[in-house]
Design a protein around this ligand. Structure first.
Ligand SMILES: Nc1ncnc2c1ncn2[C@@H]1O[C@H](COP(=O)(O)OP(=O)(O)OP(=O)(O)O)[C@@H](O)[C@H]1O
Ligand SMILES: [Mg+2]
Length: 254
């Protein structure tokens, strides 16, 4: 069985891409799925969320974009979360990609037999690295805050998605929207949620993640929230997200 690759992306910054990657990976790992987190954002936050940082000279996912023909397996590091490994970012990487858009997909291919799920955390940009992530993925998860710009942001993102799906990666066939910081007592949030469902398809909008300060606190401790505070409400929300990802993304698209 070859890994299902899910990119976690949104061009907008601060929409919980990294929080989603770290905590969804932990939930999946807890259910026994073997998960690789690929930290494609040179901020290196997905790695830090597990307390993992590449030392100078160690292999990182960004080696792919230096055209050196890197063996990414050398960079893979275990985490304290069961069944979750991380391929860290190069926090010194500033350049744009010099490699062709399918180089990342090719470099990840040898790892696809080792893992059942690969989650790629991406930077809040629409650059060559995002194209590489989409070119490697089967599905994209788009975390979004429920304010008015969300519709526009997801719409713009959907255009990048369709461009890659029709030109580079015929295997990219799913997009799901993950509402974050959800508070349905707020009328505007209910309205935006409904507009997202109407515009992009109700089946594409997943059950969301409620506001929970423990997520930020856990990140500060370099731990997934489930390890930091197992009884907090976001743990429940990420377990439900995990159920939905397994049934609607990992199994349904096989
Ligand atoms: N459900 C939530 N409740 C409260 N705070 C949250 C929630 N989700 C994320 N946050 C906080 O929001 C901030 C941004 O989250 P995060 O770093 O995951 O976003 P990002 O999309 O990866 O950002 P960037 O675009 O910089 O990569 C963090 O401080 C995080 O702890
Ligand atoms: Mg991030």
């Amino acid at each position: 069985m070859s890994a299902r690759v899910i990119a976690v992306s949104n061009r907008k910054g601060g929409t919980a891409k990294t929080t989603t990657t770290v905590n969804l990976a932990t939930a999946l790992g807890g259910r026994g799925w073997r998960v690789l987190v690929v930290d494609l954002d040179s901020q290196g936050h997905a790695g830090l969320g597990f307390g993992v940082k590449a030392a100078p000279g160690q292999t990182t996912v960004h080696d792919v974009f230096r055209g050196a023909g890197a063996s990414l397996r050398d960079g893979v590091r275990a985490t304290a979360s069961p069944n979750v490994d991380v391929l860290p970012a190069d926090r010194a990487f500033e350049g744009t990609a010099t490699a062709p858009p399918l180089a990342l997909a090719a470099a990840l291919e040898p790892l696809a037999g080792t893992y059942q799920v690969v989650l790629i955390d991406t930077a809040p940009t629409a650059d060559a690295l995002l194209v590489s992530a989409l070119a490697s993925a089967h599905h994209v998860l788009v975390p979004t805050i429920l304010h008015h710009l969300a519709i526009d942001g997801v719409g713009q993102f959907a255009r990048s998605f369709f461009r890659v799906a029709t030109t580079l990666n015929a295997g990219l066939h799913g997009l799901s929207i993950l509402p974050v910081q959800v508070d349905l007592r707020v009328t505007m949030q209910r309205e935006i949620l409904e507009r997202l469902a109407v515009q992009f398809g109700r089946e594409r909008v997943l059950a969301g993640i409620r506001p929970d300060v423990a997520l930020a606190e856990a990140f500060g401790r370099q731990q997934p929230v489930k390890e930091f505070k197992p009884r907090t409400r976001s743990v429940e929300d990420f377990e439900l997200l995990c159920d939905n990802v397994i049934s609607k993304i990992i199994k349904a698209e096989r």
